[in-house]
Design a protein around this ligand. Structure first.
Ligand SMILES: Cc1cc2nc3c(=O)[nH]c(=O)nc-3n(C[C@H](O)[C@H](O)[C@H](O)COP(=O)(O)OP(=O)(O)OC[C@H]3O[C@@H](n4cnc5c(N)ncnc54)[C@H](O)[C@@H]3O)c2cc1C
Length: 299
């Protein structure tokens, strides 16, 4: 299907759907890299999402779901078909007892702040992770000793038949959930928290934020840690130990502040980043006998 024909068909089928054509993905990824998506759609409800995914599947149109784009490396050629963005249009939060029930598009920062305001502890670790709830559940995001698996009680998702379902068993592992392989779309989650004093929760959030900003290049475009933690040791220490701090390919550079981050110094391309990642993998393998697996998701 031609790109504008696809967009026009979608406009007819979903008059309320927010939709853009030829949308530069670099505007939606923290790496600031990536060519255009044929169509960029932002559903506003679980029902609209369900109907849209059913339509795309029935018409054989490729669909790629993204959240806040903070763990993505997108090709300079862009993405064919429809990118489904779950962001602030799909980001309601409600409280039930000691749980918060939230849509996938809510940012972890906003969810952690809502928990603090509700005097509920447990999401302090997540406050500084710049992703959405959906992306964080998909990756079992974690930091400073906490992980999504510690707080997520239920995940709502679109199952293989395109129906809305809920599970208490998301198959969490290290930076992994069953949703990473299943292609099922996460609609939201219920997080179980613990009552605590709001000021104490706030103090813990600020303490972790200070640690994060002291050690990470937060002022430079990146997708966070480029590689997963290997079975032994730490990726950043190995990259540093292999003499790669500051190493560059084109506009991509190993951060001088944190060797675990590849940063975009301004005009990095997809090819620059992947060539630098390959150089890191080969150099670390030669020195430590460890093959680093990417944490960044390549689209
Ligand atoms: C400066 C910086 C610091 C970071 N620090 C951390 C950290 O401390 N800990 C950590 O774990 N991560 C960290 N990250 C990485 C990133 O923020 C997390 O992996 C986050 O969970 C990604 O969420 P997202 O919404 O941005 O997902 P995206 O980047 O949009 O997508 C990531 C993957 O999830 C899939 N996905 C997204 N939403 C859904 C959905 N609703 N249903 C199904 N699949 C979906 C996408 O298809 C893609 O494969 C950091 C990143 C940056 C830039």
């Amino acid at each position: 299907m031609m790109q504008s024909a696809l967009a026009n068909d979608l406009r007819r089928a979903f008059p309320a759907l927010a939709l853009r054509e030829n949308e530069p993905m670099k505007a939606h990824c923290s790496f600031r890299i990536g060519g255009p998506a044929d169509v960029f759609a932002e559903p506003g409800s679980a029902e609209e999402l369900r109907a849209l995914c059913g339509y795309l599947r029935a018409h054989g149109v490729a669909a790629t779901v993204i959240g806040n784009g903070t763990n993505l490396l997108v090709h300079d050629e862009g993405i064919r078909g429809v990118v489904v963005h779950l962001g602030e249009r799909f980001a309601a939060i409600r409280r039930e007892g000691d749980t918060l029930i939230a849509d996938a598009g809510v940012t972890l920062a906003r969810l952690a702040t809502a928990a603090k305001d509700a005097q509920l502890a447990g999401l302090e670790f997540a406050h500084g992770i710049p992703g959405s709830l959906g992306g964080a559940v998909m990756m079992n995001a974690g930091a400073y000793g906490g992980e999504m698996k510690d707080v997520v009680a239920f995940v709502r998702y679109l199952n293989a038949d395109g129906e809305i379902a809920e599970t208490a068993e998301p198959g969490f592992g290290y930076r992994h959930s069953r949703f990473a392989d299943s292609g099922e779309l996460i609609l939201g989650a219920t997080v179980h928290l613990v009552p605590d004093d709001g000021a104490a929760i706030h103090a813990r959030m600020m303490e972790l934020w200070a640690k994060r900003s002291a050690s990470q290049p937060l002022d430079r475009p990146s997708a966070g840690s480029t590689f997963k933690r290997p079975a032994t040791g730490y990726a950043a220490a190995m990259i540093d130990g292999a003499g790669l701090k500051g190493a560059r390919v084109g506009g991509a550079q190993v951060s001088e502040k944190h060797a675990g981050f590849v940063i975009n110094t301004g005009d990095a391309t997809f090819a620059d980043v992947t060539a630098l990642m390959a150089r890191i993998q080969e150099t670390v393998q030669a020195k430590y006998g460890v093959w680093l697996e990417p944490e960044v998701r390549i689209l």
